[in-house]
Ligand binder design. Sequence first.
Ligand SMILES: Nc1ncnc2c1ncn2[C@@H]1O[C@H](COP(=O)(O)OP(=O)(O)OP(=O)(O)O)[C@@H](O)[C@H]1O
Ligand SMILES: O=C(O)C1=C[C@@H](O)[C@@H](O)[C@H](O)C1
Ligand SMILES: [Mg+2]
Length: 201
Amino acid sequence: MNEVASIAEQSLKQRASAALGGRNLTLVGLMGAGKSVIGKLVAQALNVPFVDTDAEIEKVSRMTISELFASYGETEFRALETRVIERLLKQGPRVVSTGGGAFINEATRAQIKAGGVSLWLKADLDVLWERVNRRDHRPLLKTENPKQTLENLMIQRYPIYAEADLTVLSHNVRKDVMVNEVLKALAGLPKAGLAKTGDMP
Ligand SMILES: Nc1ncnc2c1ncn2[C@@H]1O[C@H](COP(=O)(O)OP(=O)(O)OP(=O)(O)O)[C@@H](O)[C@H]1O
Ligand SMILES: O=C(O)C1=C[C@@H](O)[C@@H](O)[C@H](O)C1
Ligand SMILES: [Mg+2]
């Protein structure tokens, strides 16, 4: 990277960081949107801790997400997800990458909204399908026609993800390009009236 590009990148990081202003950044969106992978890189760029809610749930329960769904069902999983996310947001500021259904749950969505800035990583069906199709560990996609299931989830969920403060399109570009897209969206946030993480109820 040449010197001018490097200065521009540093400046973007600083502007994004200033606009975030000590709040949590929570990534929401459907399975395969890149929340976990891009969230971790965004946290590095902003120099704040990163946490992935699916990974945290697996850690505290000592079970995989698939095992939790199989043993306790989705309702119990969602209750655990809500509790874990509430704690993680209170421990911030952090970049928090959520599981695909977290923002759809009303209680969790309210916590995420109150707990900082929410950002929807939005992708089209073919991009998502190409990514999730590589692995089969997602319980909600263990259906006869997983691509159709994913499309149904898009129809149900996209109007709700759209309530996020920011939206960034996730497509098949290099991951560092996606990180810059997220930082640019953050840098454009209004700075007035910022609530810090400690102000959460
Ligand atoms: N910009 C990108 N270009 C290419 N591949 C990507 C990109 N972003 C993510 N991926 C890949 O897509 C797959 C899914 O990404 P990731 O696990 O981050 O999605 P997620 O939104 O966290 O999904 P889930 O809700 O299931 O946790 C991974 O294999 C990841 O490497
Ligand atoms: O979209 C969803 O509802 C889910 C997405 C995954 O991240 C996991 O949280 C779980 O498989 C449920
Ligand atoms: Mg993930």
